[in-house]
Design a protein around this ligand. Sequence first.
Ligand SMILES: *[C@@H]1O[C@H](CO)[C@@H](O)[C@H](O)[C@H]1NC(C)=O
Length: 169
Amino acid sequence: MHSVWTRANTVLTLFGTVAAVLCLLTTGTDLLHKPDPKVKLGLRDVRRLVQHNGGREHAAVTFDLDADLRSVFTWNTKQLFVYVQAEYETSENRVNQIVMWDSIVQQQDKAHVRLNNHKTKYAFIDPGRNLRGRSLNLTLVWCVMPRVGRMYSQQSTHYVGKLPASYVH
Ligand SMILES: *[C@@H]1O[C@H](CO)[C@@H](O)[C@H](O)[C@H]1NC(C)=O
């Protein structure tokens, strides 16, 4: 005798199994998928490098980005969360990371991101006075948010030279 409850239970179990199988398939597919992202990232211009009240240094910079992330997309990719961060080393901190720009990419055909002489979206402020003459890396990070399975991220780091040794007004 199959009561309504038993039937409902059976259906739920089946859904659970299908989801588990999908997850396994996804993991397999993603392991086989070898993306070939192409990233060019550079510092274009330092328009200002000044001291704010309180002494913190603030840089107004522009950057160039040509990131072809279309190969990162698979049928299981929901979206990419993409951001650019500046990285530098000071005597206080071995790694300082400051996010300068971010974006969400939801379609494969929009995953070739080109920004030219682009202003940062977020302020580039050092908590101290550490920006002048500082060697700088810019890193593009892309977080892959899948439809099924775990999120993961990859990145591409570029040394972009030193910031000016004195203030730029
Ligand atoms: C900058 O990038 C280089 C090369 O990838 C790396 O060796 C260095 O540790 C990076 N510096 C910082 C502060 O992240």
